[in-house]
Write a protein of this length. Structure first.
Length: 318
């Protein structure tokens, strides 16, 4: 499984739009679970067929499974763990939990055994759509991810914030996959200059794929479509296909192998079958034992009744 986090401490950089389109193209390679951690819930509204209530409970209560926030989508290989506005006020309650509980509660989104029972599959990719707020919940989600990618909108303030983001990623002990540029205006000389500056400073940590500024992307989200579904032939749509290819390649270079997920899926299927068989055997054994016990007591009762009748007949004869 590849757990990919998209994070930037600045809002409005195209993070959620990128997460949506990335999930769409990665679903052509395997099963995808996208986790909406942002209280705005834009990813949830785009994907979810239903919005479960109290979606935040799995993060606050150890016994609560992540499937309580899991929803199917219209895409056969994409599921989503939804968020709600409560996520905006969740930080204090989450921070009050012991650190190990914080970690184990967040890890439910990547290794919850109940997925196999609920959706019938294991996931090859988990995409974490993280909020800009850098709180304990965001840091813990970064900590459970395999690799973090940072979408950047070109601008002096955005570029100045890159060192802070990379430092945060380093502190969370997760791998920094790199930055990718969004909303790039090819007709703007300032954008071209800043892109060159960014390439010089980040080197190979700046992805080759550049997401252009495009009405196609904006309009597609309004219609609840990915850019490729809306206008597949456009540069905007193809740029997200290229981004998915590049991110998948980086995950492979880091040694993440989606074949492990399929192996786990087969193992879980065998395990599930074995557990079901044991449950049937156990239930049959219990029913058989109860039947024997009832039969024993019924025979004992009949014997007692027979002895009483015999005693009554003896007394009458006397």
């Amino acid at each position: 499984m590849n757990c990919i986090a998209l994070y930037n401490n600045k809002g409005g950089v195209g993070k959620t739009t990128s997460a949506i389109n990335l999930a769409y193209f990665l679903s052509q390679r395997g099963n995808v679970l996208i986790v909406d951690c942002d209280g705005q819930g834009n990813t949830s509204r785009f994907f979810a067929s239903t919005i479960p209530t109290n979606a935040e409970r799995y993060l606050l209560s150890a016994p609560v499974s992540a499937i309580t926030a899991l929803s199917g989508t219209r895409y056969p290989k994409i599921d989503v763990i939804v968020s709600s506005p409560v996520f905006n006020t969740l930080s204090a309650d989450f921070e009050a939990l012991p650190k190990q509980t914080q970690l184990s509660n967040c890890e439910k989104v990547i290794n919850d055994w109940a997925y196999q029972w609920y959706s019938g599959r294991r996931y090859d990719y988990v995409i974490l759509d993280l909020p800009p707020a850098l709180n304990v919940l965001t840091k813990t989600m970064l900590n459970i991810s395999d690799v973090v990618f940072v979408p950047i909108e070109l601008g002096s303030f955005a570029i100045q914030g890159v060192p802070m983001v990379t430092e945060t990623v380093s502190q969370c002990e997760c791998r920094f996959g790199g930055c990718f540029v969004t909303k790039y205006d090819r007709d703007c000389s300032a954008d071209a200059a800043m892109l060159d500056m960014l390439r010089q400073s980040l080197g190979n940590k700046l992805l080759n794929t550049v997401i252009p500024q495009s009405k196609v992307i904006k309009n597609s989200i309004s219609y609840k479509l990915t850019a490729y579904e809306y206008m597949s032939w456009t540069e905007a749509a193809m740029s997200y296909a290229a981004l998915a290819d590049e991110i998948s390649g980086i995950c492979t270079d880091f040694g993440f192998d989606t074949r492990n997920a399929h192996k786990e899926e087969r193992n879980m299927s065998v395990l599930a079958s074995a557990v079901i068989a044991l449950l049937f055997i156990g239930a049959f054994t219990v029913i058989y034992a109860i039947g024997n016990i009832l039969e024993f007591f019924s025979q004992l009762l009949l014997k007692k009744k027979g002895e009483r009748r015999k005693y009554v007949y003896i007394r009458k004869d006397n």
